[in-house]
Design a protein around this ligand. Structure first.
Ligand SMILES: NC(=O)c1ccc[n+]([C@@H]2O[C@H](COP(=O)([O-])OP(=O)(O)OC[C@H]3O[C@@H](n4cnc5c(N)ncnc54)[C@H](OP(=O)(O)O)[C@@H]3O)[C@@H](O)[C@H]2O)c1
Length: 291
């Protein structure tokens, strides 16, 4: 299983953000290719169930590209809206039948025969690991899905599923402002079981760039800017380097809709911070030194 050192997160490329048309999707995909960003992160729900299809429409008209990229998508959240009139309340569904139906729909939307990685989007309080394993095994055996994993799962939820089918990825909210995975066992488990850790909202979902930064944000950005000068990269890319430096090999899923930012982000992929520099960012986030 191979992903680019930065994954392009597509959540805000469509209706939930930039509102790209087909040409703009193609321009982003091209920029990614030029900068060796080959992995794209989706979920069925993005753009109220529209972004996968828009991306697929762009990709299908780019001959020769599909085999050089990795498509990631997720299932299991049921949203309410005009695209899904049969949903009456926001809920989760990890039944075998629903997982398989979602995968088939994503394959159709993305105009592809296979998904490189298929994730269960959120832990479902009603999940049955045997049923999830059956669904994922069925999809793998049919060649529709190459790799499988989860997102936002706690260590005990991963352990429960891993006992019946290997969990290959856990995609988690990890950033300088979302430090929980560093001490709640999620990243320990990734290292222990060789599970790929992916970080969603690696820049805090963009909150760090607010016009009215709070004290914590000011502290973080002051450190990031100082380190940026040393490494000759921007402050936001220092925040990606904070993730790259961790021994779990965290891969950021970057949500920008600006091609220039994606290109710049690849520069951070080679940057490993010194230990004290890493802890400067940690301290700026926590507001106090480590105990
Ligand atoms: N598994 C899950 O449960 C889950 C949940 C949420 C998201 N995700 C995935 O993670 C990806 C990233 O999430 P995210 O978009 O919330 O987080 P993010 O990558 O931390 O933040 C992206 C946001 O920050 C803004 N930004 C970046 N650099 C900036 C700068 N220098 N100045 C001003 N604004 C800047 C971007 O705006 P511009 O577009 O203007 O650059 C964009 O709105 C999503 O696309 C999705 O694929 C997964």
């Amino acid at each position: 299983m191979k992903f680019s050192p930065v994954i392009a997160g597509c959540m805000k490329w469509g209706r939930w953000g930039a509102g790209f048309d087909t040409a703009a999707y193609q321009q982003m995909i091209n920029t990614c290719a030029v900068n060796k960003i080959t992995s794209f992160d989706h979920a069925d729900i993005y753009g109220d169930y529209t972004t996968e299809e828009e991306f697929g429409k762009a990709l299908v008209n780019m001959p020769g590209v599909r085999q050089h990229v990795q498509l990631i998508t997720k299932c299991g959240i049921k949203m309410v809206g005009p695209q899904r009139p049969e949903h009456h309340i926001k809920s989760y569904d990890t039944s075998k039948e629903y997982i398989i139906r979602c995968a088939d729909r994503s394959l159709k939307n993305l105009h592809t025969d296979y998904l490189d990685l298929f994730l269960i989007h959120r832990p479902d309080p009603l999940m049955n690991p045997h049923e999830i394993a059956e669904a994922l095994t069925h999809l793998k055996n049919a060649g529709k899905v190459l790799h499988t994993g989860v997102s936002n799962f706690t260590p005990s939820q991963v352990a429960m599923l891993h006992a019946v089918i290997p969990v290959e990825v856990n995609q988690l909210e990890i950033s300088v402002t979302a430090l929980d995975p560093f001490h709640n066992g999620q990243l320990d488990q990734c290292q222990q079981l060789n599970i790929h850790a992916m970080a969603w909202a690696p820049l805090g979902g963009g909150n760090l760039f607010s016009d009215k930064p709070d004290e914590k944000t000011k502290r973080i950005l002051a450190v990031a800017e100082k380190l940026g000068k040393k490494y000759n990269i921007s402050a936001d890319n220092i925040l990606l380097a904070f993730l790259h430096t961790h021994p779990a090999g965290i891969i950021p899923v970057l949500g920008t809709s600006k091609s220039i930012r994606l290109a710049e982000a690849m520069k951070a992929a080679g940057v490993k911070l010194e230990r004290e520099e890493w802890f400067m960012l940690w301290e700026a986030s926590k507001g106090h030194p480590v105990p």
